[in-house]
Design a protein around this ligand. Sequence first.
Ligand SMILES: [Mn+2]
Length: 323
Amino acid sequence: MRNLSFKEIEKIIKEAKKILVATHQGPDADAIGSLAALGMYFAKTKKQNYLLSISGVPESLKFIPGIRLIKSKHPKMPYDLIIGLDYGSEWRLGLNSYFKKYPKIPILIFDHHPVADQGANFGVIDTTYSSTSEIIYDYLKTIKFKIDKNIAYALAIGILTDTGFFKYTVSPKPLEILAELMKEFKIKPVEIDNALSGQVKFEALKLSGKILSRTKYKEKGNFVYSWFKRKELNKHHLTTDDLRGLVERLRNLKNGRFALLIIEERQNRIRGELRSRPDKNYNVAKLAQKFGSGGGHKFAAGFRCKGTIDSVLKLVSKYSAKR
Ligand SMILES: [Mn+2]
């Protein structure tokens, strides 16, 4: 993996005739925001492109401009260049069979996750960025591309959500960028907050209450946790997207060094969500990595594995007990 300047990246993009842009499975607002923004940039510069989010666009993110350009199926033909966004590990792009079919396509990356197994040839991997959307903003600014209101809006959503509306950032830079977008394009963070957080379904709120009432403190490992099963969601016609923010409620607890939410996706299939905070200073990304398919950031990470709610709980307390 070769780190490139934005000028070098501009050249690579210019030289590619057609570009496949992909973001990670189970996309969040930064993944979709940066993907949509690049798509709108390519539309304006008349660059042939294919925008891919293998898990589609979650219902809650369908207000982001440009999402109608995003597809959820592998393209049928080879591209000159693949751009990977925000993905941390290669498998999270969901492109394995495409990579096998076309192994020679170079991969350009824009990512603010730590260097891991991204499998990229070149690009930007830089954890000092708050979000991939902030990297894209910097890129477009550096190459002097004039962004429009829709691109500004998509990037603002990524920056706002990945910084938790500036709660997680130690750098003033994302805040300065947002201030610029607000001045120039009349972007309103409160509108974005309402669109993201103000659409909770009645049944989702009630089920969240039930799940939160199961919360326990685990002494071995010193953490708090709760759990739910996909079946419970199905019963109320809900998706995991309807319950987002739940693990943040656990993180807000005074107790424990970190919070764990265990989700039984189907029999013998578990997803874990992990959160910590700067004042608790526990690196959940390192913990998630012990599960092989896990990864993320220092204070927000996740993993998938085989097992039951109980067996995963035991593993997490074992991994976190010895430091
Ligand atoms: Mn991100």
